[in-house]
Design a protein around this ligand. Structure first.
Ligand code: IPM
Ligand code: MG
Length: 369
């Protein structure tokens, strides 16, 4: 992405990669909200490009060179989702998920921040009891460019016996662990100063090294209380008592799984934004919910995760903290008013669609506090 932080007055270039399934519907609402911020001294320029199945259909490649080039020239990337059942039979390189995985790798987006925050208006939307989740505010820091996702060798081979065997390689270099640990400790410093590193050090060599390296990095952050937890226990503790956590740091695969689990604490995966940052804080912003092909094109998806991802973009890559807070407040305001998409509504509550929700958030931006 473009070198150098965007100056306050300059036009900020945002690459819009809507992708598949509900991606386009929710990203349109995020852009609507960002556009409504204009007039706040904020000049944003949006440029769209293909990714995922749409790109595979058009050019046979889920991450076309033009898309990658646009991302490199932009100040930030707003991403929808990729994936769909139609493509599950394709060779791996053409599958839509590869568009996202290659983007993460090519741009060095190693630090994935997934905040899990309960809006007070929605404490009852969680499947857990309100007294377990009320006030929840945790941050999952997931390593995003290493681990079993990218380790070589991998494949499906035929053994001498004629039987097939699938294999992947899980690996982490010390330097990869150090840089994600630094991001997590620094984040904990800005919060409640507690960091829990999640691993499987009782079984896996890679995570034994992970634990050693995180402990060593922790010496430089004496003001942050570091603890370690095995991933199976962490999965259980997230449901038993999620508020014990402040910041969780973990590898790519455990982070993938735990962040989906944690999202449900908030009542809906349709609420969770994420940021994927490189070493200079430039990044890609996406809702964590994925493409949800079963509900695509029906104006029922929840756009709030995409809108909150846009807020993270304003904060982390565009240095627009005030605008980010305005967006987050506007989301709180529409929830306060009782507006609910289908995933959030309780029986008997009135439901609004994707577009109506986005429009309501955009309108709420200009309301007095
Ligand atoms: C996520 C998604 C991706 C992942 C998929 C779509 C490749 O599940 O961002 O969590 O596994 O990282
Ligand atoms: Mg996932």
């Amino acid at each position: 992405m473009a070198r150098g932080r965007a100056a306050l007055s300059a036009t900020l270039k945002v690459a819009v990669l809507a992708g598949d399934g509900i991606g386009p519907e929710v990203v349109v609402e995020a852009v609507r909200v960002l556009t409504a911020l204009r007039g706040d001294g904020l000049a944003l320029e949006f440029r769209s490009a293909l990714v995922g199945s749409a790109a595979t259909d058009a050019v046979g490649n889920p991450l076309p060179a033009e898309t990658l080039a646009l991302c490199r020239q932009s100040d930030a990337i707003l991403f929808g989702a990729v994936g769909g059942p139609r493509y599950d039979a394709l060779p791996r390189a053409q599958r839509p998920e590869q568009g996202l995985l290659r983007l993460r790798q090519e741009l060095g987006l190693f630090a994935n921040l997934r905040p899990v925050v309960i809006f007070p208006q929605l404490a009852a939307a969680s499947t857990l009891k309100p007294e377990v989740v009320a006030g929840l505010d945790l941050l999952i820091v997931r390593e995003l460019t290493g681990d079993i996702y990218f380790g070589q060798p991998r494949g499906i081979r035929v053994l001498a016996s004629g039987e097939r065997e699938g294999f992947d390689t899980r690996r982490y270099r010390e330097s990869e662990i150090v840089r994600i640990a630094d991001v997590a400790f620094a984040a904990a410093r800005r919060r409640a100063r507690r960091l829990c590193s999640v691993d499987k050090a009782n079984v896996l060599e890679t995570t034994q090294l992970w634990r050693e390296v995180v402990t060593t990095v922790g010496v430089e952050y004496p003001d942050v209380a570091l603890s370690h937890m095995y991933v199976d226990n962490a999965a259980m503790q997230l449901l038993r008592d999620p508020r014990q956590f402040d910041v969780i740091v973990t590898g790519n695969m455990f982070g993938d799984i735990l962040s989906d689990e944690a999202s449900m604490l908030t009542g809906s995966i349709g609420l969770l934004p994420s940021a994927s940052l490189d070493a200079d804080g430039r990044g890609l912003y996406e809702p964590i919910h994925g493409s949800a092909p079963d509900i695509a094109g029906r104006d029922i998806a929840n756009p709030l995760a995409a809108i909150l991802s846009a807020a993270m973009m304003l904060r982390y890559s565009l240095q627009q903290e005030r605008a980010a807070e305005r967006v987050e407040r506007a989301v709180g305001a529409v929830l306060e008013r009782g507006l609910r998409t289908a995933d959030l509504a309780r029986p008997g509550e009135q439901v609004i669609g994707t577009r109506a929700m986005g429009t309501a958030v955009a309108a709420a931006l200009s309301e007095p506090r």
